[in-house]
Design a protein around this ligand. Sequence first.
Ligand code: CAA
Length: 259
Amino acid sequence: MKYKNILVEKKNTSVGLITLNRPKAYNALSSALISEVSDAVKKFEEDNNIGAIVLTGGDKVFAAGADIKELSELDFVTAYTSEYITKNWQALEKHKKPIIAAVSGVALGGGCELALMCDIIICDTSAKFGQPEIKLGTMPGIGGTQRLVRIIGKSKAMQMCLTGDMINAQEAKNYNLVADVFKEGTVLEEAILMAEKISRMSQPIVRLIKESINNAYETTLQAGLESERKYFYTTFNLEDKTEGMNAFIEKRKAKFINK
Ligand code: CAA
């Protein structure tokens, strides 16, 4: 697939970098752009050298949401029967490798929801997050009323979705929407460093941890703890567990082989 709306590259062989690239439209998430992102994620998932993915919109804007010009032409029957959201966004919802969203500037509507689909969000001080769909006579449709509330809580999610007001980087940090806030111009570098660090870990363990944390959103505490315990015991089958513990005891750096 030849990409027209995104830039894709590998950083230091182990990190997949995807940059949304429709600067004139504030990186509006057209169907074409989202299917390119899904395709790029799928390709990085198939590449055994890639341990983690970074998704960014560049240093000025993350994304101003779904493409309003495209949405303005959609009617209910077309949206519903063509599975407008499912078909374009599903690969992003089901990704296995960790994705870090590196946010500068606005992440609005579908842009905020895209960041929420990632595993870790970090941003710089220019970042602003919002769900302004209500001002367009519609509502969030890709997780804004679901993922957001589980992270920032009901009251703030209600306020954001019902007023359409944005929150800034510091507020996003206070509400645990982002893991860290960095100086303007440095968030991409930080995201790549974090992705490299994750890539150096044992990849089966990375996957187990990611799955286990995501399970916490889907299950009761007891069921989650039970499945976590089984995942934990599973790691005792891995050569990487032997290597990790021996390395600690021998006071050296572990060299994981993903087995
Ligand atoms: N879709 C399509 N085009 C968009 C866009 C979007 N979401 N956001 C910005 N653009 C385009 C504008 O139409 C404009 O294009 P032209 O130059 O061709 O006119 C260009 O980007 C620059 O935008 P502005 O002139 O508006 O720039 P600004 O600096 O004054 O404002 C902004 C920037 C605050 C991001 C403003 O553009 C804005 O509010 N955008 C819309 C945000 C929004 O409502 N997002 C929700 C979308 S709906 C959604 O996402 C639904 C869902 O959950 C699935």
